[in-house]
Design a protein around this ligand. Structure first.
Ligand code: HEM
Length: 473
């Protein structure tokens, strides 16, 4: 400890430093009120950017320091595996082999198997995206009546993800089957409950929860059904299907199912969450919409987007970057030290000295808070200002897709889907208006969501955009 000039980091002001029940109870209250992220953010100012807290008898570090995040995700990667609690909950909600809940050799194998599905020509399957895009646009009222875009965005990403994964889509935007609706409800419930239990600690893990077990079972049954359907007909029709790659590898049915569930989580909730927060904001920022539309009209006219045109739209790219800065869907994350380690920042009265972290301690970092630090992003850090990206160059202070060896494997796919959708929406609609006066509330599950939805109304453009044909199933 002396060699590294470590200094102690501050602690949360516990009234119960022995068990930390005060912290856990506050966490639960904040979660109930959808204020967890704001609470974490405030604590970094009040207690320190890196500080300790006791959660039911276990001391964990929490940080919003880029240097510590870099250490955990990259330079000290081997010392910071996915923590045992997440493994347990991942195991419960996604299955024991899912890439999100494995470490070491098993994780490497899963990653190597998944990676080939994300090469450029596969993620640029615009035909598949356009099909679901048309279904999405067809659901948007053009008579000015209000609609919750969030629900439709989750449906769009679910339909696209399942098409990409199985070669068969849930088609929830057109004709949702009772099974698809049951799966979506069960999937949402099991992930949210598993995440909350994970944060609450081991005590919660042992609490029986029949509803959770039922929800997990329903999810597995749904995936099994799609897998069987896809497998029974031989090679699915789309040119690139994620599942095919896995089937060809000879992996077991259960192994494939775990990865598919993980990929649906990765592909669906993150993208839909980002787009929901973005449209919520655009409905209150006609200035940004105007600039976006000008770029879309100039670059696309009435043509459907292509890989090249999407890449050339610099304002659209800045808008997405800014949305991922303010509302990173994976807003907070956690790892556990498997040996004694030293994190570079957080110790001493000014928080600038290294901190000693004993083996077994956990560390939570809150990307949502780090992305809003005024010393890293200027005084207007909490404002949505896409133009900041004209000059801003970031490193570890901007990690919506994480970093290091476990960096998001689907980031290019997500970027393509999001930019495609935004471009097509503003080719089709000239204005978006808010239909809800409340402040934005954020619910923290495995990913974030808007508990009050994203209520807006839209105004059509007068000229015809690229024609769409609703895909019937
Ligand atoms: C806006 C969209 C997205 C964001 C912000 C995002 C963010 C992230 C983050 C922060 C991680 C790291 C999690 C951790 O290490 O604990 C991650 C991992 C991952 N993401 Fe994404 N993601 C997005 C979209 C997608 C999509 C579309 C897919 C796939 C279809 C995907 C698949 C994955 C997978 C498989 C991992 C695990 C990688 C590993 O552990 O090696 N993600 N993502």
């Amino acid at each position: 400890m002396r060699i590294h000039n470590c200094q102690p980091a501050p602690s949360y002001p516990h009234s119960d430093p022995l068990l930390g029940i005060d912290w856990t109870m506050t966490l639960m209250r904040k979660a109930q009120a959808n204020e967890t992220l704001q609470w974490f953010h405030g604590l970094y100012t009040e207690v320190g950017n890196t500080h300790w807290n006791n959660n039911l008898g276990t001391w964990n570090l929490t940080t919003n320091e880029p240097e510590n995040v870099k250490a955990i995700l990259a330079t000290q990667f081997e010392s910071w595996p996915i923590a045992s609690l997440r493994l347990r909950f991942g195991l419960l909600a996604l299955g024991p082999h899912a890439i999100f809940s494995t470490n070491g050799h098993e994780w490497q194998e899963a990653r190597a198997m998944i990676r080939p599905s994300f090469v450029r020509n596969q993620i640029a399957d615009f035909e598949c995206i356009e099909k679901h895009m048309c279904n999405f646009l067809a659901r948007l009222p053009s008579d000015g009546s209000k609609i919750d875009l969030q629900d439709l965005l989750y449906d769009f990403t679910m339909d696209t993800s399942t098409d990409f994964m199985f070669g068969y889509s849930t088609n929830t935007l057109v004709k949702p089957s009772p099974e698809a609706l049951e799966f979506i409800e069960s999937f949402t419930y099991s992930l949210f409950t598993a995440a909350n239990r994970g944060r609450a600690g081991w005590v919660a893990f042992w609490l029986p929860n029949k509803k959770l077990n039922d929800a997990v079972w329903k999810c597995k049954r749904f995936i099994d059904h799609y897998m069987e359907e896809a497998l029974a007909e031989g090679k699915p029709k789309a040119s690139y299907v994620f599942m095919n790659q896995m089937v060809e590898s000879g992996a077991s049915h259960e192994y494939i199912r775990d990865q598919l569930l993980a990929m649906i989580l990765g592909g669906r909730d993150t993208t839909a969450s980002t787009l929901s927060a973005l449209f919520w904001t655009l409905a209150r920022r006609p200035d940004v919409v105007e600039k976006l539309r000008a770029e879309i009209t100039k670059e696309l006219g009435d043509e459907a987007p292509t890989w090249e045109t999407l890449k050339n739209m610099s304002y659209l790219n800045m808008v997405l970057k800014e949305a991922l800065r303010l509302w990173p869907p994976v807003a907070s994350n956690f790892r556990c030290a498997n040996k004694d380690v030293v994190l570079p920042k957080g110790g001493g009265p000014d928080g600038q000295s290294p901190v000693f972290v004993p083996k077994g301690s956990g560390c939570r970092w809150v990307t949502w808070s780090m992305h809003r630090r005024k010393d890293l992003y200027e005084e207007d850090a909490e404002e949505f200002r896409p133009e900041r990206w004209e000059t801003l160059r970031t490193s570890w202070e901007y990690v919506p897709f994480s970093g290091g060896p476990r960096i998001c494997i689907g980031q290019q796919f997500a970027w393509t889907m999001m930019s495609y959708l935004v471009a097509r929406v503003f080719q089709t609609f000239r204005a978006i208006e808010a239909r809800d006066d409340r402040e934005m509330a954020i619910k923290l599950g495995v990913t974030t969501s808007l508990p009050n939805g994203c209520w807006v109304s839209l105004a059509s453009v007068t000229t015809e955009a690229t024609p769409c044909h609703v895909v019937q199933t």
